[in-house]
Design a protein around this ligand. Structure first.
Ligand SMILES: *[C@@H]1O[C@H](CO)[C@@H](O)[C@H](O)[C@H]1NC(C)=O
Ligand SMILES: *[C@@H]1O[C@H](CO)[C@@H](O)[C@H](O)[C@H]1NC(C)=O
Ligand SMILES: *[C@@H]1O[C@H](CO)[C@@H](O)[C@H](O)[C@H]1NC(C)=O
Ligand SMILES: *[C@@H]1O[C@H](CO)[C@@H](O)[C@H](O)[C@H]1NC(C)=O
Ligand SMILES: *[C@@H]1O[C@H](CO)[C@@H](O)[C@H](O)[C@H]1NC(C)=O
Ligand SMILES: *[C@@H]1O[C@H](CO)[C@@H](O)[C@H](O)[C@H]1NC(C)=O
Ligand SMILES: *[C@@H]1O[C@H](CO)[C@@H](O)[C@H](O)[C@H]1NC(C)=O
Ligand SMILES: *[C@@H]1O[C@H](CO)[C@@H](O)[C@H](O)[C@H]1NC(C)=O
Ligand SMILES: *[C@@H]1O[C@H](CO)[C@@H](O)[C@H](O)[C@H]1NC(C)=O
Ligand SMILES: *[C@@H]1O[C@H](CO)[C@@H](O)[C@H](O)[C@H]1NC(C)=O
Ligand SMILES: CC(=O)N[C@H]1CO[C@H](CO)[C@@H](O)[C@@H]1O
Ligand SMILES: CC(=O)N[C@H]1CO[C@H](CO)[C@@H](O)[C@@H]1O
Length: 801
């Protein structure tokens, strides 16, 4: 009896000992091992190390995480390929008599060790580095040299070719299994270096493009000037010492007090996430955005264009290796040269000089893999680079990249992607006979930029059609009509300049848009563009009546819309009620039809690029008319003449791919349309939309309601119960389909029109990742130190070259 009590007492003490012993400790010493129930914390309690079982699995590990951020991200795991049993409560992380730091299970056998001796203590630093020291305080071992799947700020990823030490990130096997998975992230040894994701140890899965001393040139989003959040990397390449290390830091952003990590997911996607203490983790960037990001998506000599269909094209002068496979969309075989190079077939110098090979230029490219770097041989000029390549028949292409120098290719051109903005120029060697027509185009491209080709097409078009309808107004008459552009006549400020109300002598009311004078477009070109736009006619587009050009002044004359723009109703507490459900539904359908026309039914495809509530005008019968279409194009073209690409649009309406990479397509308009639809239903201009502080952004909130079958709660409360539930459900569904993160998942406007008219059921929408957008905006704002009022205005971001 007595004995039994004592035993029980001991068992009691024993099982509770560790937690009573002090749950948080600041170091591990030979006399104080870390046991179950205890954690090792960093001095400022930022990081914590201890035992964990991922999602209550049967395995237990020692890992390291941010102490105050949930859900936990295990940024480092010690025994990832040798788990403890979850039931083993006697395991300890201890410094043994041999001076080694070891993780031992309940039977005292080692499951993990730092493989050192003379260890006297182990501590966790506030940057997340777990270090083991000797008696003199020197570091014997640090966890930063042995990363799991996560890269933390201040951690160096790379190699030292002297000592042969090299580190990688290795993905988890699955979301809940820390054992080493398929994917490896690391730096390549070539010069300049690239960041790679490999599978199976050495098969490329994704690559960043070469480092140009400030960024990886194959990643459209790492634009150092305007979005520092997206180019946090620093690569230190010490060629003489043979060391090369990648680190990252978000210190460049003033006031951004956030925690971050980069990791490789078990599906092979490299990501950046960030958080504030106590908040969730948010995605800021990811390596995979479309099928073109798959390494070598289009095979040798194939170029991937994410927003065209089909996505793969052969380079100029090349044809599919197998037409049969190619037409089945099996791109792996790639393309082959149509005509042999003359340097291959003609060894006779006098013949080959007649029919010399030349180069065709490709723009906005993620350059192919397997470059050779000629930068070091006193080659700093573009012409030298060209000559060098031309003089060797095996040289297939060259590129001269600012901040890098001359790159040439001797192997099959592989893994090329063409962006819509951003990217480098590549010159591809072709036979003289092939150049006949290619060079013609190239020459045109070089002298007048690609826009000119558009215009040539336009001129042809104008030549064949009657464009007499565009009226050219006299400037003085417009001055009179608008009271010398008096402030009292000003209707508003659009993205491209102020808009004034005017009254023509015959009593007709007009709206006059005064384009900001920065546009350096020539008068004739301007008029041609206007003819183009004025001939886009649809009952859901604002009709352009004419234009007026005088010196720097460029004016557009539109029909006047009696009920102004949708935002004057939607965001006005009293006028909002005038928009009953029938009117709202009519507006949604009308905008959809207008957009459908611009994208698919007009004679030239027009992408609006700045669709938003204030660009929807209302006529006297409250019919919606889209305004400002086609203008983005003019503005962009003007700027592209001086070689900058701009992202024009409005915060909150911009699709992730457009906001981040300047990649725009009709699917970016579809995204904006989705946001518009959800705003019309809810009547909310939701500021939290832009702000990740709100636990859930607007889109996340809509998604949640929809998923919980509560979508009707989204309806503007001023409508009471007077709405059609089935119409609302259809509209919310369409809205969510349109705001899907991945552009190819979004419906086309043709799909949208048929879903809205109930001809077709839509698929189930995927959860939007909205946090990308939120993070960009939030950090963008804090960087510019502006407040939310900027969200209203159209903004222009430099998209980079
Ligand atoms: C974790 O487990 C719960 C319940 O078993 C499950 O619903 C959830 O999806 C799991 N989470 C992950 C990330 O696997
Ligand atoms: C310690 O050595 C073992 C056996 O060589 C090895 O498997 C393990 O990865 C090493 N541990 C560390 C932390 O390097
Ligand atoms: C451990 O310490 C002893 C005495 O300080 C020293 O002689 C020995 O070389 C050390 N061992 C290692 C591996 O550093
Ligand atoms: C990795 O290699 C194994 C065997 O070599 C192979 O079966 C598997 O398909 C490969 N996986 C990938 C993703 O390449
Ligand atoms: C794709 O084409 C290649 C040859 O170009 C062929 O080897 C391969 O089997 C094809 N794959 C499929 C899935 O048809
Ligand atoms: C190109 O060269 C190869 C051998 O180098 C030859 O077999 C082939 O017929 C040539 N093709 C043309 C179109 O001249
Ligand atoms: C090269 O071609 C020219 C012109 O056809 C011819 O006159 C000359 O003899 C050729 N030279 C050789 C070495 O074949
Ligand atoms: C052309 O370049 C390749 C690759 O660098 C090299 O092996 C070859 O010798 C060069 N040929 C000539 C004629 O310079
Ligand atoms: C407009 O400006 C002109 C010249 O500056 C002036 O003569 C005219 O009176 C003004 N008209 C109005 C309506 O203010
Ligand atoms: C936001 O901007 C508006 C207009 O510039 C200004 O009146 C307001 O004080 C600003 N608010 C904050 C919180 O900075
Ligand atoms: C809802 C609303 O204000 N509708 C107005 C639109 O414009 C016409 C013409 O000015 C007015 O008659 C409507 O009342
Ligand atoms: C600022 C603001 O209006 N935030 C609201 C955004 O929408 C969510 C969900 O409707 C509200 O909870 C926020 O208060």
């Amino acid at each position: 009896m007595q004995l039994g009590t004592v035993t029980l007492f001991f068992l009691f003490i024993f099982s509770f000992l560790p937690s009573q012993y002090g749950a948080e400790v600041y170091n591990i010493t030979p006399s104080h091992p870390l046991a179950e129930g205890q954690t090792l914390v960093s001095p400022s309690l930022i990081f914590e190390l201890g035992f964990f079982s991922p999602n209550s699995s049967a395995n237990k590990y020692v890992g390291l995480w941010h102490k105050s951020i949930f859900p936990r991200k295990y940024v480092w795991v010690a025994n990832r390929d040798n788990p403890l049993a979850a039931t083993d409560t006697l395991a300890t992380l201890s410094i043994g008599s041999n001076g080694n730091l070891e993780l031992v299970d309940g039977k005292q056998s080692s499951v993990w060790s730092a493989n050192i001796s003379n260890c006297s203590s182990a501590v966790l630093l506030d940057n997340g580095n777990f270090i083991v020291k000797d008696g003199m305080g020197a570091d014997l071992w640090v966890s930063f040299n042995d990363p799991s799947d996560t890269h933390l700020p201040r951690m160096l990823l790379g190699y030292d070719s002297g000592s042969g030490k090299r580190n990688f990130l290795t993905s988890w096997k699955s979301e809940n299994d820390p054992s080493p998975g398929l994917f490896l992230v690391g730096l390549s040894e070539e010069l300049p270096a690239q960041l790679y994701i490999w599978t199976n140890g050495s098969t490329p899965h994704w690559r960043s493009g070469p480092w140009d001393k400030s960024r990886f040139i194959g990643i459209p989003t790492s634009n150092s000037d305007t979005s520092p959040y997206l180019n946090p990397w620093t690569l230190v390449d010490n060629v003489p010492q043979g060391t090369r290390y990648l680190s990252y830091s978000f210190d460049k952003i003033p006031g951004a007090n956030v925690f971050t990590y980069a990791d490789i997911s078990s599906e092979g996607i490299l990501r950046f996430l960030f958080s504030e203490i106590g908040k969730n983790w948010y995605l800021a960037w990811k390596s995979w955005n479309n099928p073109c990001d798959n390494y070598g998506a289009c095979g040798p000599f194939g170029v991937c264009k994410a927003y065209e269909s089909p996505i793969c094209k052969c380079l100029k002068g090349f044809i599919p290796k197998s037409n049969k496979e190619w037409s089945k969309r099996n791109w792996t075989g790639g393309c082959v040269r149509r005509r042999n190079l003359s340097c291959e077939t003609n060894t006779n110098e006098s013949i080959s000089s007649k029919g010399k090979d030349g180069f065709s230029k490709l723009e906005r490219l993620k350059l192919p893999n397997f470059h050779e770097y000629l930068g070091s041989v006193a080659l700093d000029k573009f012409e030298d680079c060209k000559t060098r390549c031309l003089s060797n028949c095996s040289c297939l292409a060259y590129a001269y990249v600012d901040n890098i120098g001359c790159l040439v290719w001797f192997k099959d051109l592989f893994d090329m992607q063409q962006f819509t903005a951003f990217g480098e120029d590549l010159y591809v060697r072709l036979a003289h006979s092939e150049l006949g027509h290619v060079e013609l185009i190239a020459r045109r491209l070089e002298s007048t930029s690609r826009i000119q080709i558009h215009r040539d097409g336009l001129r042809d078009y104008i030549g064949k059609h009657d464009f007499s309808e565009l009226k050219i107004y006299d400037f003085d008459n417009i001055l009179i009509a608008t009271d010398n552009f008096s402030i009292t006549n000003k209707l508003g400020q659009g993205g491209f300049g102020p808009v004034y109300k005017g009254m023509l002598p015959e009593g007709m009311e007009i709206a006059v848009k005064r384009l900001s004078s920065s546009s350096r477009q020539g008068v004739e070109e301007f008029k041609n563009e206007m003819r183009l736009i004025s001939n886009l006619q649809h009952k859901n587009l604002v009709r352009m009546m004419g234009c007026c050009v005088k010196e720097d002044e460029k004016l557009l004359i539109y029909e006047f819309m009696a009920n102004k723009s949708l935002d004057t109703f939607l965001y006005d507490p009293t006028k909002r009620a005038m928009l009953n459900w029938a009117t709202r539904f009519n507006i949604i359908q009308g905008v959809a039809r207008g957009l459908l026309y611009l994208h698919h039914d007009s004679y030239v495809k027009v992408i609006h690029r700045d669709l938003k509530v204030s660009n929807i005008l209302l006529d006297e019968k409250m019919n919606p008319k889209i305004s400002d279409f086609g203008l983005a194009r003019i503005v962009e073209e003007t700027h592209s003449l001086d070689n900058t690409q701009k992202v024009v649009g409005t915060r909150g309406y911009m699709s992730p791919e457009y906001a981040m990479g300047g990649i725009f397509s009709e699917k970016s308009d579809v995204y904006s349309f989705g946001v518009l639809v959800l705003e019309i239903i809810s009547g909310k201009k939701n500021v939290s939309f832009y702000c990740y502080d709100q636990q859930l952004g607007f889109l996340a909130y809509v998604w949640k309601l929809w998923n919980e079958g509560r979508a009707l709660e989204l309806v503007d409360e001023v409508l009471g119960d007077s709405y059609s539930s089935s119409e609302v459900m259809t509209c919310v569904h369409v809205g969510l389909l349109c705001v899907q993160d991945n552009a190819p998942d979004r419906p086309t406007m043709t799909d949208v029109a048929s879903i809205l008219s109930s001809e077709k059921d839509g698929p189930h929408p995927k959860r939007p990742v909205f946090t990308i957008q939120n993070s960009v905006y939030h950090l963008g704002s804090s960087y510019e130190n502006t407040n939310s009022s900027i969200n209203e205005a159209s903004i222009t971001m430099i998209g980079g070259r």
